[in-house]
Design a protein around this ligand. Structure first.
Ligand code: ZN
Length: 342
C-alpha cells in the first residue's frame, strides 16, 4: 500500500508506546504519506499490526499569491502553494507578450488567484479553477481574468477591457530565440549584395521547436528551393505565415494546425549561414514586417458577453481586495480559509 522508501529526510513520524511493568511496547506508527492523507499502523489484540491510509479533512480557499519573483518565478510560486497547473496557465496566458527567459527577473511581481484545497498543515492537496493572473515585468504590467464566454466550451483569459489574451498571430514563433536579422533592405549574408529581406530571422539552436503562429491550414510542407525545409500556413483574413530552413518538418500539407502547435524544428537547410528560423508573414500575398504586425487580438467581448464579463471581473476584484486585506497585517504564512469543508 505504501512504500516506506518514499519517506524523506525531515519527514515527521509519530510513534506510540504503552508502558507496563517498566517495559515499553510499540503500539502504533503514524506519518503523513502525502498532502491530505496519513498512514497509520496500530497493534491489534493478537499482537499483529494493521495499517491503513486515512484521508485528512481538507479545507477550501480562494488562494491569492501576490509576490515578487525571487530566484525564479516557478520556484517562488511553488513555495507559496501554487502547483504546476497554475504556473503553466500563467506561462500560456503571457506567451504572446512575455519571453519568460529574458523578460522576467528577480524583483518583478506576479499575482495568482485560484481555488485551493489544503490539509491541516497547510499543504496544497489539489487546486481548482483559476480566476486571475498578473505579471509586472520590464514589459509592463498585464493582468488577465478568467471568463467563460457564452457558447464557449472552456474559460479563457481576458484583460480588464474584455480583450482576449490570445493574439491572432504570434510575433515570435520560436521560444528563447534571438532576433538576428530584421525586415527590410540588408546586405545579404550569402549573396553579398543588398537585397530586400522579406522576413525576420531568429537565431536558435538546431532542433528548437517552431510553433504555428496562429490557427490555420498547412498549405505547403517540405523542401522548397533556397528556403530548405519549409512550411506555409494559411490563416483567416488573408494572412499567411511561412517558416524556412527547418532541420525537420513536423506537419503535412493540408492538415489543420492550432496556434502554438509544433510544426517543425530549427535547422540550416537551404541557403542559410547558420541555424535560424526565417519567418515571413503575408497579407493578401505580400510580405509584411512581422514585428510591426498590428492584427487584432484573438477576440474582443462585446454586447451581452461583455456585460457578463464585467460582472465576473467585479466579483474577482472583490475577492482579490478581501484577500489582500487579510494578508496585509500578517507575515506571509498560509492564510486562513475562506470557506471550510469540501
Ligand atoms: Zn531570413
Amino acid at each position: 500500500m505504501y512504500n516506506p522508501r518514499r519517506l524523506g529526510t525531515g519527514d515527521a513520524i509519530s510513534v506510540f508506546f504503552s508502558r507496563a511493568n517498566g517495559a515499553a511496547t510499540l503500539e502504533g506508527v503514524a506519518f503523513r504519506s502525502e498532502p491530505g492523507a496519513s498512514v497509520t499502523a496500530s497493534r491489534t489484540e493478537n499482537g499483529a499490526f494493521i495499517s491503513r491510509q486515512v484521508q485528512m479533512p481538507v479545507s477550501f480557499e480562494i488562494a491569492r499569491i501576490s509576490q515578487p519573483v525571487e530566484q525564479g518565478l516557478y520556484a517562488t510560486a511553488l513555495r507559496h502553494g501554487a502547483t504546476d497547473r497554475e504556473i503553466s496557465a500563467l506561462a500560456d496566458a503571457f506567451a504572446y507578450d512575455v519571453d519568460f527567459q529574458r523578460d522576467v527577473r528577480p524583483g518583478d511581481h506576479f499575482e495568482l488567484v485560484f481555488e485551493r484545497f489544503y490539509d491541516d498543515e497547510g499543504n496544497t492537496v489539489r487546486t481548482g479553477d483559476m480566476l486571475f493572473i498578473a505579471l509586472e515585468s520590464r514589459r509592463g504590467r498585464r493582468a488577465f481574468y478568467s471568463f467563460l464566454a457564452p457558447g464557449d466550451a472552456q474559460p479563457t483569459w481576458y484583460d480588464e477591457d474584455g480583450d482576449s489574451a490570445r493574439r491572432f498571430l504570434m510575433k515570435t514563433p520560436v521560444n528563447g530565440a534571438r532576433l538576428s536579422s530584421g525586415f527590410g533592405m540588408r546586405l545579404h549574408p550569402v549573396l553579398g549584395y543588398s537585397a530586400m529581406h522579406r522576413g525576420v530571422d531568429f537565431a536558435a539552436p538546431v532542433g528548437s521547436p517552431i510553433l504555428a503562429a496562429g490557427d490555420g491550414v498547412v498549405e505547403r510542407a517540405g523542401p522548397f528551393s533556397t528556403y530548405g525545409n519549409y512550411v506555409k500556413i494559411r490563416h483567416a483574413n488573408g494572412y499567411e505565415t511561412a517558416y524556412a530552413h527547418m532541420s525537420r518538418v513536423a506537419v503535412a500539407s493540408g492538415v489543420r494546425v492550432r496556434q502554438g502547435q509544433i510544426i517543425g524544428y530549427v535547422g540550416e537547410t537551404g541557403r542559410a549561414t547558420g541555424p535560424h528560423l526565417h519567418y515571413e508573414v503575408m497579407k493578401n500575398g505580400d510580405q509584411i514586417n512581422p514585428m510591426a504586425l498590428q492584427v487584432p487580438n484573438g477576440r474582443n467581448l462585446t454586447g451581452r458577453s461583455l456585460e457578463l464579463f464585467q460582472i465576473e471581473r467585479a466579483r474577482i476584484d472583490t475577492i482579490r481586495l478581501a484577500r489582500d486585506r487579510e494578508a496585509a497585517p500578517h507575515t506571509q504564512t498560509v492564510s486562513a480559509p475562506a470557506v471550510t469543508g469540501q
